[in-house]
Design a protein around this ligand. Structure first.
Ligand code: NCD
Ligand code: ZN
Length: 368
């Protein structure tokens, strides 16, 4: 047994499904899954029902998270075609703005230049007039929407974070944009790093997510461009197995509990260094999203422990993983958050509400 002590990880892209889809996940089960995966901060996406597109809905979501979360939670706001930038008065209470310009799950799709232009312009204006500044615009922008978002970010000098990059053309374009000094960062998910289209026959609907699994050459391109990838994030997007096996299955796969063992297994295989993980799962997301430090917080991992990932062992409400059957290294033995042991021996020990909701006015978060 070799126990390694790591800082609590950040997962900068999760869908905890509350409100509206709590049969898939909620702030308690989703943050339990986070702790089991060594993650002590999650950034939650706005494609809930209703979507997080107004100040009132953001406040309501913050209340729900404050009552139930066992890890710290930052909340994104999102734009809809009808409400557009209604969230602006509460922009400072969000970790960032999420814009979906490509095919996705939920009602938050923006695919028309007029709307997109307005969203970049108003976020940039708000950012300039806000004393503490604002987080980035995070975009789900595949294919030709990527250069459109890169151009808007350059024109408005607003930081752009490209979520779940999956293709060679996209990572090459982002490398070029960075070389030219554009204010862009990007993220890749474990499923796009470790799975490809070749896995689809085996995975069936468990392999369906947006962006879709790409070709082995696209996967190779992500590994070749590791230096361009700022963040590893899971895009934890749980749907029940009944939903995934129904005629029109929703896209998305859970990921919070499998990211760290998959990455540590890559370290074991000599494909990654531990420092690569810490940069992309702690330091860079903290800088990009301006997240506070978590004092007296750490994760103990037995990096020699070898085990098989199993559906039934998952804390997520949907109890499955596309990596079921994979043999991995690196078991999370204990998680300590602000001096308290919150996870040990495979069990969550924290009380609901002991997690904090980030970026809220003082007094709005639960006392831990
Ligand atoms: C996400 C979901 O289910 O919320 N699905 C997915 O396939 N990634 C939505 C998204 O991130 O596009
Ligand atoms: Zn997502």
């Amino acid at each position: 047994m070799t126990l390694l002590r790591l800082p609590g990880l950040v997962d900068a892209h999760v869908h905890l499904r509350e409100p509206g889809y709590t049969h898939k996940e909620d702030f308690y089960t989703g943050t339990c899954a986070a702790l089991a995966g060594g993650v002590t901060t999650v950034l939650d996406m706005p494609n809930t029902s209703p979507p997080t597109s107004t100040p009132e809905r953001l406040a309501e979501k913050a209340r729900l998270a404050a009552a139930k979360a066992v890890a710290d939670v930052g909340l994104f706001v999102g734009a809809t075609n009808t409400e557009l930038d209604a969230y602006l008065p509460a922009a400072e209470q969000a970790c960032g703005l999420k814009i979906y310009v490509s095919d996705t799950f939920g009602s938050l799709r923006i695919d028309e230049l007029g709307a997109l232009h307005r969203l970049f312009r108003t976020w940039a204006e708000r950012r300039e007039s806000s004393p503490a500044g604002l987080g980035p615009i995070a975009v789900h922008a595949e294919d030709l929407m990527l250069p459109a978002c890169l151009a808007l970010s350059q024109l408005y000098r607003v930081p752009l974070h490209v979520v779940h990059v999956s293709r060679r053309s996209e990572i090459e374009l982002i490398r070029r944009a960075k070389e030219q000094g554009l204010p862009v960062t990007c993220e890749a998910t474990p499923h796009h790093l470790f799975l490809s289209q070749d896995d689809l026959p085996r995975l069936g609907p468990r392999g369906d997510m947006r962006p879709r699994l790409a070709t082995p050459d696209d996967v190779a391109a992500l590994w070749e461009h590791l230096e361009v990838i700022d963040v590893f994030a899971t895009d934890h997007a749980p749907h029940t197995l009944a939903e995934k096996t129904a005629p029109e299955p929703p896209p998305g796969v859970p990921g919070l509990e499998t990211m760290l063992p998959l990455l540590l297994t890559a370290v074991h295989a000599g494909r990654l260094e531990l420092a690569d993980i810490l940069a992309r799962c702690v330091e860079n997301p903290r800088r990009i999203y301006r997240l506070p430090e978590q004092p007296e917080t750490f994760v103990e991992v037995d990096v020699d422990a070898r085990f098989v990932l199993e559906d039934a062992a998952m804390q997520t409400k949907v109890k499955w993983t596309p990596f079921a059957g994979w043999e991995v290294f690196g078991r999370v033995e204990r998680v300590v958050l602000r001096g308290k042991t919150v996870f040990a021996g495979g069990q969550v020990l924290a009380r609901p509400g002991s997690g904090r909701v980030l970026f809220q006015p003082t007094g709005a978060t639960a006392i831990s």
